[in-house]
Write a protein that binds this ligand. Structure first.
Ligand SMILES: Nc1ncnc2c1ncn2[C@@H]1O[C@H](COP(=O)(O)OP(=O)(O)O)[C@@H](O)[C@H]1O
Ligand SMILES: [Mg+2]
Length: 323
């Protein structure tokens, strides 16, 4: 049994406008399904606007999905159940992209870390202080840093504070939404290593959202590639990085400097999603260099499973052997 199982998740945002036009909805994520095992990392890759953060918000429970199920440790999460919501915030923690915005500038580091302990644990004042000091040390900071404010630290150290806040409740899953994007390249590797060490030590699962394929290759066990709210490709790290199959994944590799040479035979295309999606058809049809007439009419199911691999492309439809 997988530790986290997401089944057919949809999120539709209803846009409030004055017109009576019926199509004011945005399907930010559509039919998202995947499994994640304990202690493993699943990376979610895709251009800006592809629905990555929306997916994260549904899993952590900041929002309620329009349709679908989220099963954590065999139990379906019920957003309306208070106890569930509380446990979810304890078991699933989040690290955001920008440590300048995600830490309250008016609170001392100690207060920021203590907040979660106060709400979620029965620890005494002394025990909380010990836990804060231990956690700060664990992420490479010093116990006395608890008395300082976030603005006194550079970006990399701030992200360490955000990581401390994420691990202080001993979570089972951390959702990291572009955790390195706001940091200097020289600092990124240090934070990435810290995340990996913590995973080995604490057995945490990561849902690692990133548009940086280099980082993903380094950290992930499995990869989901998203385009326009849909999963276009899903597989383990070797499958995706050795032999990407979906034309969007291929174009993504072909336009990333590190992989350009290796995948120079793949066709490049404009990667951003189209303003208007086709009513039926494939979500990538308007951009796809291999688009055929049928791709504009027929929606590919991503049911071509082989060793857990999925590709949502008509080219592979009906093929049992994807490898
Ligand atoms: N609260 C919201 N209301 C309306 N539309 C939203 C909202 N949040 C996200 N969206 C839309 O959903 C799509 C996916 O956004 P998002 O999940 O932020 O993508 P990503 O994190 O991959 O950049 C975008 O088209 C975005 O404009
Ligand atoms: Mg995002």
């Amino acid at each position: 049994m997988s530790f986290l199982s997401v089944q057919n998740l949809h999120k539709t945002y209803k846009l409030k406008t004055l017109s009576f036009s019926s199509n004011n909805n945005i399907d930010a994520i559509k039919n998202i399904s995947f499994n994640l095992d304990s202690g493993k990392t699943l990376a979610i890759v895709g251009e800006s606007g592809s629905g990555k953060s929306t997916l994260a918000r549904q899993i952590i429970g900041i929002e309620n999905p329009t349709k679908g199920k989220i099963i954590l440790n065999g139990e379906e999460l019920n957003f309306k159940n208070r106890e569930h919501r509380k446990n979810r915030f304890k078991d699933i923690r989040m690290i955001f992209q920008n440590p300048y915005e995600s830490l309250n500038p008016k609170s001392r580091i100690g207060t920021i870390l203590e907040e979660a302990l106060l709400i979620n644990t029965p620890l005494s004042t002394k025990q909380r202080k010990l836990k804060i000091e231990k956690t700060l040390t664990r992420v490479g900071l010093l116990p006395e840093h608890q008395y300082r404010y976030p603005h006194m630290f550079p970006g990399g150290q701030r992200q360490r504070i955000a990581i401390a806040r994420a691990i202080i409740l001993d979570p089972k899953l951390i959702i990291a939404d572009e955790p390195l994007s706001a940091l200097d390249v020289s600092i990124q590797a240090q934070i990435l290593n810290l995340l990996q060490e913590l995973q080995e030590e604490l057995g945490i699962s990561y849902l690692f959202i990133s548009h940086d394929l280099n980082v993903v290759e380094h950290i992930a066990d499995q990869v989901i590639v998203m385009f326009a709210g849909e999963i276009v490709e899903y597989g383990n790290i070797e499958q995706i990085f050795d032999r990407p199959l979906h034309p969007y994944t291929q174009a993504l590799f072909a336009s990333t400097p590190t992989y350009m040479n290796r995948f120079s035979h793949f066709k490049k295309t404009k990667l951003s999603k189209s303003k208007f999606q086709l009513e039926n058809g494939c979500c990538f049809a308007q951009k796809c260099p291999y688009c055929e007439e049928r791709c504009k009419q027929e929606h590919p199911d991503s049911t071509n499973e082989n060793n857990g691999r999925k590709v949502a492309c008509l080219k592979y439809q009906g093929l049992i052997e994807v490898e």
